[in-house]
Design a protein around this ligand. Sequence first.
Ligand code: EPU
Length: 329
Amino acid sequence: MSSCESWPCAVLREADLSSRTTMRVGGRAQYLLEPSDPEELRAAWKFARDEGIDIRILGGGANLLPDDGLLPGAVIDTARMRRVFRPSSANKGDLFEAEHPRLETFDQEAQDTRLVAWAGASMPGLVRTAAELGWSGLEGLVGVPGSLGGGVAMNAGGRWGEMWDVVESVRLLQPDGELVDRERSACTPSYRNGALGDNIVVGAVLKLKAAPKPQIQECMRQFLTEKRAVQPVTEASSGCVWKNPDPELSDGRSAGRLIQDYGCKGLRQGGAQVSELHGNFIINRGGATAADVFALIEAVRARVADGCGILLQREVRVWMAPGRPEPAL
Ligand code: EPU
């Protein structure tokens, strides 16, 4: 670590991570890097790699639990890479890099109903933008927090749709430091898994369909109403903690249902609690530490395993401090 004073992008030292996660837990990152475009991200990543520094990527922090304390190494935060634009004749050669018209200058009648988004674009912002343009395909993701990069990496979504339903291609930063574009046909996303391995999502091209705006808005309204009735959407959480198990093994019971059936709803550890409303959510009732949340994760998994033999698989990602074991996989 010889020359960390010369990062090729904005950097914060010992930066708080809790304010960058939707669960509001976690300690500090030794270096928090804030690239403002894909090239800066690549430069920051290469710089850290060449210095032998561990690298983690932070999107919207919606599906992430960083450990308490100081996390050594670099966290690359994509929050400044928020651009969303439409491909235009000016950038046919490279959809991601050229100059683009601002969204509000778009021709509403255009035939090309694609959006290009960089990794840090917010999911709620993207859903809103598509609806305002009268383009359908993202409304099933209404209420999903986080960023485009995280959403693509983990194939975010639920009953009404998934991220990869609309991905035409992704731009990836490969482990060798090169940027490549990968078409949808060359990808194999599955349930809550973008299947992109060690590649980092830098952006994506989304293919949407023109549809009447009132229809899109009505769908979004209905989905949100249903979601608010069953999920603790106003509380600090990381969304669903667990993936749903194979229905053949669980008699069709979702993770939330299993957690309810084996008496875990309301379980508390410090400031963290298993939601009374939806068993698959852990909420921060104020002052929770990552250790509180990890302890609850272990407790819930053990109870469900004791009850029915099913080992729940975590959906939420964790960043552990050195020497600390990961809570239940
Ligand atoms: N259920 C219970 N008790 C509970 C929770 C759920 O009995 O405490 C029952 C429900 O009544 C329903 C079934 O379990 O019959 C499924 O529940 P729900 O419809 O809430 O869906 P889910 O499978 O728990 C999935 C996604 C959510 C997404 C919703 C809606 C997963 C792990 N979760 O939840 O995604 O919002 O569908 O589309 O696939 C996330 O990934 O972070 C997330 C919140």
